[in-house]
Design a protein around this ligand. Structure first.
Ligand SMILES: [Ca+2]
Length: 174
């Protein structure tokens, strides 16, 4: 009561003043709080390479065969996923300028086959066709698939100049 008289206010009035001050300043303490969410995104890139991408079978007879294994020209090919998503690889071939692609060789007809497992020792050759077939599935980023090719020459042909043969590997999102 003595303090209240000196300040000219009663104790009850002092308490009320303190509460009022608190109510005024409390909202300011919350107003400064914030937090950010940082979002990132990467656009999918589907890409592949085939190295070295070139096979020279050389000169062979009709009704003969050669391949890229160590028993042949030793030139296995490596397909690499150089995109940024997991990919599937598919492979196909096509007729050449003068010969027809088939599963077996014939007159003016050749076969082109691929192998992915134990190709140097006990290869399993699968005939390439004009339609895509699975070469590898679920290849992770930077992952690779090595494969070999086998060429079976026509049983008869009038073509004696160099013939170019095309094999195509396709990458798609796995
Ligand atoms: Ca080569």
């Amino acid at each position: 009561m003595r303090l209240g008289r000196l300040l000219g206010i009663s104790p009850t009035e002092v308490i009320v003043s303190l509460i009022a001050t608190t109510l005024v300043f409390s909202p300011l303490a919350y107003a400064a709080a914030s937090a950010d969410v940082t979002a990132t995104v990467t656009i999918a890139s589907i890409s592949l390479t085939v190295t070295d991408g070139s096979v020279t079978y050389g000169t062979i007879n009709t009704s003969s065969s050669t391949d890229t294994t160590t028993n042949g020209v030793n030139d296995s090919q490596t397909t690499t996923n150089n995109g940024n998503v997991t990919e599937d690889f598919d492979i196909k071939a096509q007729d050449s300028s003068n010969w027809t692609l088939s599963s077996t060789a014939g007159s003016e007809t050749f076969a082109h086959k691929f192998c992915i497992t134990d190709c140097d020792t006990s290869p399993t050759w699968t005939a390439l066709t004009a339609s895509y077939q699975a070469l590898a599935t679920s290849v992770t980023e930077s992952g690779t698939q090595v494969f070999d090719l086998q060429f079976l020459s026509p049983t008869a042909t009038v073509v004696t100049a160099e013939e170019s043969l095309t094999v195509t590997v396709l990458a798609s999102a796995s």
